[in-house]
Design a protein. Structure first.
Length: 402
């Protein structure tokens, strides 16, 4: 007698179904739906809805390697090398965005500017971002001063024959570096706002500012002239900016400005120089001339000036007031050639301290000041919760020498 194992009992019914033609397909109906079959792929425009910058899409002219004449979003597809006697990209339209895609956009000797707008009326609302603009014989990125709404962000500009980035009215420069732009060129020149930018070893000033502008978290290091230069009395707001090791001054000609949380260190001239300004919580350290030099009509509070004016060729003050109607309060001058040097009348000098300067206070007649107190010192060490005071006065307006 034939005996079926468990495997036979499973295979046999399946085989019977197959042989009997009754096995049901599990993949659904085989008949296609009615109507034409539509493609499911995406077009190139849908995948990359921008225009590649090349000789086909953006052909240049006698002045430019590439020329953009229509609004839109454009991008590089690789590194680019410029040509003698030509700009890299000439923008002849408003409302243009250029993404350098992280590539190197390089000039050659005797090339012109890297990226430039056409004239003073075309090129509003232009954005350039994300790449390296290197070695152009003129300006790296140049937008006319009369253009507004322009943005340059996340771009490194190196080795231009003139200014690194020059952006027009109401423009924004954000997270950019301008380095080793030579001759009379500045690192970054702008007329509205610069945020998180650096200017390093440029031939002229690191940053130049025109009009009422704002600078936040910017750094100027070892430039061939001033770190930050204001060319307008309309004033700029500087917040948390640093000028270090510049051949000129740190912050220069900042009339009408507000400076808060800024630092000027090891500059060849003054740390801060200007007038009619508000200076709060700033530091001037080891500059060759004055730490703070203010012409008049200003407010200086809670600032520190240390080690300024002590070079063999120069003497300088921690705080130098050369005009009238400035209030200086709550500031500290330490180890400068002169601590507080007031050469103009009608200023208010209160609640300051000076220590270890060659001369702590040198103040012209006809100023208003709290008394200057030579403070004593505690006679013994203190270990506890109370001790006698050593200032020697209860006058809250007094200035202190110690």
């Amino acid at each position: 007698m034939l005996r079926l194992t468990s495997a036979h009992r499973f295979v046999a019914p399946v085989a019977a179904l197959v042989l009997g033609g009754t096995l049901v397909a599990m993949a659904g109906p085989l008949d296609p739906p009615a109507g034409p079959v539509a493609p499911t792929f995406k077009t190139l425009v849908e995948v990359e809805p921008r225009i590649a910058i090349n000789l086909t899409n953006t052909p240049g002219d006698v002045n430019s390697l590439f020329r953009i004449s229509q609004p839109g979003s454009y991008y590089l597809t690789g590194n680019v090398v410029g040509a003698v006697g030509k700009h890299g990209i000439e923008i002849a339209s408003d409302n243009v965005t250029i993404d350098l895609m992280g590539f190197k956009f390089a000039g050659v000797p005797d090339s012109l500017s890297g990226i430039i707008t056409q004239g003073t009326t075309i090129g509003h609302n232009v954005i350039v971002r994300n790449g390296h603009v290197v070695g152009w014989s003129q300006t790296g990125i140049l937008f006319s001063n009369s253009l507004d709404g322009c943005v340059v962000e996340d771009v490194v500009v190196v080795g231009s024959g003139n200014t690194g980035i020059n952006i027009g009215t109401e423009g924004v420069v954000r997270r950019c570096i301008a380095r080793e732009n030579t001759n009379a060129g500045f690192g970054i020149s702008f007329n509205s706002k610069a945020i998180d930018c650096m200017a390093i070893e440029n031939g002229n000033a690191g940053f130049t500012v025109s009009g009422a502008s704002e600078m936040l978290n910017c750094v100027a290091v070892q430039n061939g002239n001033n770190g930050f230069l204001c060319n307008s009395a309309n004033g700029t707001v500087f917040t948390n900016c640093v000028a270090r090791g510049n051949t000129g001054g740190g912050f220069q000609s900042f009339s009408g400005s507000v400076l808060q949380g800024c630092r000027a260190e090891q500059n060849t001239v003054d740390g801060f120089f200007g007038g009619t300004s508000k200076i709060i919580d700033c530091e001037a350290i080891d500059n060759d001339n004055d730490g703070f030099h203010v012409a008049g009509d200003s407010l200086i509070t809670s600032c520190l000036s240390r080690l300024n004016g002590n070079t063999a060729a120069n003497d300088g003050a921690g705080f130098h007031l050369t005009g009238s109607d400035t209030r200086i309060e709550g500031c500290s001058a330490v180890s400068n050639d002169r601590g507080f040097d007031v050469d103009g009348p009608g200023n208010l000098i209160v609640r300051n301290s000076a220590a270890s300067n060659t001369v702590n206070y040198s103040i012209l007649a006809n100023n208003v000041l709290g008394g200057i107190i030579a403070a004593g010192t505690n006679a013994a060490a203190i270990n506890g919760s109370a001790a006698p005071g050593t200032i020697g006065t209860t006058d809250p307006w007094s200035n202190v020498s110690h």
